[in-house]
Design a protein around this ligand. Sequence first.
Ligand SMILES: [Zn+2]
Ligand SMILES: [Zn+2]
Ligand SMILES: [Zn+2]
Ligand SMILES: [Zn+2]
Ligand SMILES: [Zn+2]
Ligand SMILES: [Zn+2]
Ligand SMILES: [Zn+2]
Length: 262
Amino acid sequence: MATCDDYGGGYDFKFADGDPPDEYQCHICTLVARDPQQVSCCSNIYCESCLDTLKEKGQGFICPTCRSSLEGKYFKDGRAERGIKSLKVYCTNTDSGCQWMGTIKDIDTHLNNSCTYQLVPCTNGCGEKIRRSTLKKHLTDNCPERIVNCQYCNRKGRYRLITSSCHFDDCPDLLIHCSNEGCNEKIPQHSLESHNETCLKAIIPCEYNTVGCNFTMKREERDKHNEESIKHHLDIAMKKIDALQLTNQVFKLNEYTEKKKR
Ligand SMILES: [Zn+2]
Ligand SMILES: [Zn+2]
Ligand SMILES: [Zn+2]
Ligand SMILES: [Zn+2]
Ligand SMILES: [Zn+2]
Ligand SMILES: [Zn+2]
Ligand SMILES: [Zn+2]
């Protein structure tokens, strides 16, 4: 016969005092009846949820044992209920190591409040189920939704966000490797630009580029280049001056001829 796990059904516990009495067995799911109902036709008992499911199936609400109609023909069996609730069972987490043993009446309280082996949903809402005994550690050390400080800027946020590009893209103090070849410095993101202004490995143009030296070099090589290129820099500077003078002469000549025309 099918078990009733997916729609309730009876109690699927490990019983401490051997097999429970047959009179407590639901004749639909074959487990010990939960919320037992006694039918008046043959006096058998069934779980309330098993009868509800039978009724909902709509294939005739008849007793599976004696085929009589069940419509209005059953009642809550208080005596069986008391007997069943006082059956001794082991905790459902026995296999994980829980030593608890108690009555069916008490097992919900045990599982919901004290069983350290019970899986409980994370109270931060990360979606994980954690053993009650490790929940505290999960909340402080592992939960992706826990609140932590950014290790660089100290801003507070959820671990999942503050340690990802969600925050790092904006984190002013995130240390970034200077991208200039040969510079091994780590620079806070917000001062990357000002670092580049002084970084000895930054590529800069020759300061005589306005007169025509197209040389580029690392900042640290500037003095060396200037020393080595004194003659070259002078030459191009002279040429520039010549060119300027020439332009000046042409300009003056033009001015002169303009005046003459008048
Ligand atoms: Zn049942
Ligand atoms: Zn019956
Ligand atoms: Zn337990
Ligand atoms: Zn969590
Ligand atoms: Zn930060
Ligand atoms: Zn640098
Ligand atoms: Zn130069």
